[in-house]
Write a protein that binds this ligand. Structure first.
Ligand code: SAM
Ligand code: DTB
Ligand code: SF4
Length: 326
């Protein structure tokens, strides 16, 4: 006879435990799929309305020509991807785009620049953008590369709500993907952002040829930060022709969903964003991600340089799943 259980056979470590060990995270990750998803959905419901999803909109305010060599990125000057580089966008243009995003239902506006770090000469325009977008009643987020403490203080004083800075993968695998900076550089910027009082948006990319253990380790690093990131973007690699990762083996959907569930369990109060790569996912895969605890997406048909589902496709998906924008 089948045993009917509504509790997990493996006891999950306490979500608020001070430190996550790799072993505890790995044993959760390896649970039977149904047990893992049940646990994730149970925790999700404790902290969030399971049928509401937060909508963010991205704008590339400075495209291409980046001196960093990130193996996944269309905007690195080390790769021949055919992308034309641009100068920093004018403030008025950014505000006009933000206004459209608000009308489309986005509550957070994320501005990205293809920089290793902002230059002193860029800071005035950046600060002006933050103020002007915030004045529209949108939450503001920026991702501009590495920040020193003076820069993070200035952005925080300007009213920037979130700073996005991804660790992308495990410390072990990081040098396989990027050689122009190291994992510790990333952690330094995250620390500056925290010290300046901003919220942290930090996650990574799955499907870059890493092992399953690297994905779990990435979450262990995030969950063990002094304060876990308020927002955790989980990107599925969008393979870009001309980059070293153009031919990377795609991640199996079930493995992707397992990581979303693990992120939800390990960082119960954070928004987990189903980020890049949704165009290559079926509705069923996205539905499983939402069930596993993802509760934020990027909307609009373009991310920074790559494609994203059309608004109409997302409206249809939300209708099919009974989801509502936050
Ligand atoms: N230059 C800044 C930086 O690297 O922090 C900000 C922009 S960068 C494009 C933001 C993030 O987008 C990266 O950290 C990476 O996680 C994600 N990303 C970039 N290209 C991607 C791709 N082809 N597929 C999936 N995610 C990608
Ligand atoms: C994040 O984790 N994903 C977003 C945002 N943070 C900045 C960027 C996705 C970029 C996808 C590739 C592109 O558009 O070029
Ligand atoms: Fe530059 Fe960011 Fe692209 Fe890396 S991910 S090459 S830092 S724009």
């Amino acid at each position: 006879m089948l045993e009917v259980r509504d509790e997990l056979a493996v006891t999950a470590p306490l979500a608020d435990a001070a430190e996550w060990t790799s072993e505890a995270a790995w044993s959760l990750y390896r649970l039977p799929f149904n047990d893992l998803l049940f646990e994730a959905q149970t925790i999700h419901r404790r902290h969030f309305d399971p049928n509401r999803v937060q909508l963010s909109k991205l704008l590339n305010i400075k495209t291409g020509g980046c001196p960093e060599d990130c193996g996944y990125c269309s905007q690195s000057s080390h790769h021949s991807t055919g992308l034309a580089a641009s100068k920093l966008m004018e403030v008025e243009k950014v505000v006009a785009e933000a206004r459209k995003a608000k009308a489309g239902g986005a509550t957070r506006y994320c501005m990205g620049a293809a920089w290793r770090n902002p230059k002193p000469r860029d800071m005035d325009a950046i600060v002006e953008m933050v103020g002007a977008v915030k004045a529209l009643g949108l939450e503001t987020c920026m991702t501009l590369g590495m920040l020193d403490r003076d820069q993070s203080d200035r952005l925080s004083a300007a009213g920037l709500d979130y700073y996005n800075h991804n660790i992308d993968t495990s410390a072990r695998y990081y040098p396989q993907v990027i050689s122009t900076r190291n994992f510790a550089d990333r952690l330094d910027t995250l620390e500056n952002v925290r010290q300046s009082g901003m919220k942290v948006c930090c996650g990574g990319i799955l499907g870059m040829g890493e092992e399953e253990a690297d994905r779990v380790e990435m979450l262990v690093t995030l969950a063990n930060l002094a304060e876990p990131p308020e927002s955790v973007p989980i990107n599925m690699l969008i393979p870009i022709a001309g980059t070293p990762l153009a031919k990377a083996e795609p991640i199996a959907p079930i493995e992707f969903v397992r990581i979303v569930a693990l992120a939800r369990i390990m960082m119960p109060k954070s928004y987990v964003r189903l980020s890049a790569g949704r165009s290559a996912m079926t509705d069923e895969m996205q539905a499983l991600c939402f069930f596993a605890g993802a509760n934020s997406i990027f909307v609009g048909d373009t991310l920074l340089t790559a494609g994203n589902p059309e608004d109409e496709a997302d409206r249809k998906l939300f209708r099919r799943l009974g989801l509502q924008a936050l």
